[in-house]
Structures are given as C-alpha cells and as structure tokens.
Design a protein around this ligand. Structure first.
Ligand code: TXA
Ligand code: MG
Length: 342
C-alpha cells in the first residue's frame, strides 16, 4: 500500500483538505492525524473491521483498548451511560484537551475490539484544529491509539508515523509537530474515587483543583491485574537500553567514563545543563526545569537514539511535579525500571 502524506494548514477549515481523510474513514480505512498530544491512527469506532486494521498496522495486542475521539460532547450519549457528575465537570473544564475519561459503555454501540471487550470506554475531545475539524466533518466517533508501531515512542511528527507505518496505512495528515508531546491523561471515573491510570498534560494538581481528591494507579505494580490494560506492555522503548540516573552532572560524568572504559557508546537525553558532558550523543530536553519543553521533546529524543550506533542511553531523572509525573512515567517504562548505579 502506498502511504500519502498530506500537509494540512492548522488554521484551515477548508473542506477539501479533509475530503480524502473523511472518504477513507467512511469507507472503513485507517488515517493518521495530529492531535495536541501525539499523532493518532484513527478508524470509525463502530466498525469492527475498520478498527481491526489499526491493531494490524501497529502490531498492537488485542487486549489493549483504544481511546474514542469525538468532535462534540453530544456524541458521547450514543455510547456511554450513567456519567458521574464529576466526569461532567471535567469534560466542561478540560475539553477539548488532553484528558481521556473512562466511562461506562452502553452495550452494543461501539465495535467490540475498541474496548477489548471491557464494559467501559475511554473518551476524549482533542484540542487540535486538524483533529477537531476532521471529527466534525466526519460526525462519527473515531477510535485512535497513538500512530506508532506498538512498543515504540508515540509520534510527535508526521515523519515519525511514516517511519513506523509506511506501506501499512493509506494516509497521514501532517499538521506539524504536536504541542504537548505526551499522550493524554487517562482518568477512570468508573471506580469509587477518580483514578489517574496514565498521567499526562492535565496534571493531578489541575484535576484536584476542580474535582477534589484523585488517586493515582501504580503502574509499576505488577502484582495486580493492570487497570489500564496498556500498562503491562513494553512502551516507548528505543532499540538500545535506557537507564535512569541521578540528576547530577558528576554522576553522569562518572557513568560516561565507566561506559567508555567498556568500549561502549553512550547517549545522554537531558536538559541543556548536561550538554557539556563528553558522551557520544546528546539529545536535548530543553532548558533546565522547563518540564513542558521536556515533554514536548522527549519522544523525538528517544527516537533519535535509533538513528545512532549507541549502546546505552542515560537519562537523568526529572522532577515529578506537574507534568513531570507524566514524563517520569514514560521514562520509567522506556527504561523498564533500570537504573544506572555509580
Ligand atoms: O493522547 C492520547 O491519548 C493519544 C492521542 C492519539 O489521542 N492516544 C493514545 O492512545 O495514547 P493509546 O491507545 O496509545 O493509549 C490508550 C491508553 C492505553 O493505556 C489503554 O490501555 C487505556 O488508554 N485505555 C483505553 N480504554 C480503556 C478502558 N476502557 N479502561 C482502561 N484503560 C483504557
Ligand atoms: Mg500508545
């Protein structure tokens, strides 16, 4: 299959820019599109056959459910029921935006493979002009995971999608680099206390200001059955192993020395404060303590390592405040819990 990339001006609501995408989706094909978090790979959420093409293109495990994207709030009554009051409050406050709500699913509405047979569904309204315009023109809910090959960092540019999925999908809408760079916050409103299953751009602090106490699921807890089924799989992983390391120039310098003494090559992914260290590759997460920039740059940095001959990737840990919680969550997964002790 030939994969076309169509550049869409973010300010354009010109129908013709979307005609091909709307036609393909309506015919049960998949299309990649930008959102404010990462690029998604969409299919009509009511078609089992169309949704199956997402799993196939990504190589995604069947038991990992997809997020349903909508262009207007009214759409959710067609496939959810008994929406808790606090969930309503969050939708009004944070939509469109990087917040996915897990809500009770109305049976026999969406294709079964969207929710992996669960009785709940994850829903969000993206805050990106291209995604919103596409959804509004389509007038149907779209199931869309991140548009990467399963296990790889999510795509923040159309070229990342092309790298992973060329030949497997017919169309990528190119709306430039995504803003936030990390996937949406997933919050479960089916449990007694609202629970963050995946931290993201809407932070715990922001949520608690609006709805009071929220819990955070421990994604590292391997004892329990994972609550966001996606949590149990390898994620965001470059080809070479990622190690977390203490946020200290001296420690990173010592680690580089040790790695070099073993004739190995090392990449450092860190704030510009670490750029002076003589590793083999350096990928910047922006200025020190600018967590928003770090989130925006993280996946590009992880992907860049795959273009090198590096043996080990070192990442000094960042603060877990605010969006730092989401960044560290992705990094802990990318590292699969590994630490470089020196
Ligand atoms: O920012 C985002 O959320 C991006 C863009 C494209 O919208 N999408 C995205 O989708 O990250 P995906 O499939 O890569 O991640 C969906 C996450 C997975 O961890 C999945 O297990 C969880 O949401 N999830 C989806 N439906 C769920 C449900 N009913 N119950 C629990 N977790 C669910
Ligand atoms: Mg994903």
């Amino acid at each position: 299959m030939k994969t076309t990339i169509t550049i869409v001006d973010n300010l354009s609501t010109n129908k013709s820019s979307y005609t091909q995408a709307v036609d393909l989706l309506t015919r049960g094909e998949v299309v990649a599109f930008p959102t404010e978090t990462v690029y998604g790979l969409g299919a009509i959420a009511t078609s089992e056959e169309a949704v199956a093409k997402i799993f196939e293109a990504k190589g995604r495990p069947q038991d990992n459910p997809l997020i349903v994207h909508i262009g207007s709030k009214e759409e959710i009554s067609a496939f959810t029921h008994d929406i808790p009051k606090l969930a309503e409050v969050c939708m009004d406050m944070f939509w469109p935006g990087p917040l996915t709500l897990i809500l009770p699913l109305k049976s026999d509405t969406l294709a079964k493979n969207v929710t992996a047979g669960l009785e709940t569904v994850g829903v969000r309204m993206p805050e990106h002009s291209v995604a919103l315009e596409l959804l509004k023109q389509l007038k149907q809910p779209v199931a869309a995971p991140s548009a990467n090959k399963s296990g790889k960092p999510s795509p923040t540019k159309a070229e990342h999608v092309f790298h992973d999925l060329a030949g497997k999908i017919p169309l990528i809408l190119d709306g430039g680099t995504t803003g936030i760079g990390l996937e949406s916050t997933v919050i479960d409103f089916v449990s007694d206390t609202p629970t963050i299953l995946r931290p993201g751009g809407v932070t715990k602090e922001m949520l608690e200001k609006v709805i009071g106490q929220v819990s955070v699921a421990k994604s590292t807890d391997h004892e329990d059955a994972p609550r966001a089924p996606g949590m149990k799989y390898a994620h965001y992983a470059p080809d070479s192993p990622v190690y977390l390391i203490e946020n200290s120039i001296t420690k990173v310098q010592q680690a580089v020395k040790k790695i070099h003494s073993e004739q190995k090559k090392v990449a450092i992914i860190a704030s510009d404060l670490f750029s002076q260290i003589k590793g083999d590759y350096f990928f910047s997460l922006g200025k020190e303590n600018q967590l928003g920039d770090a989130g925006h740059l993280l996946y590009q940095a992880l992907r860049s390592c795959d273009e090198t001959d590096v043996d080990i990737i070192l990442v000094p840990v960042l603060s877990k405040e605010g969006v730092g919680m989401a960044i560290m969550n992705r990094l802990e997964k990318a590292a699969n819990g590994k630490w470089f002790h020196i």
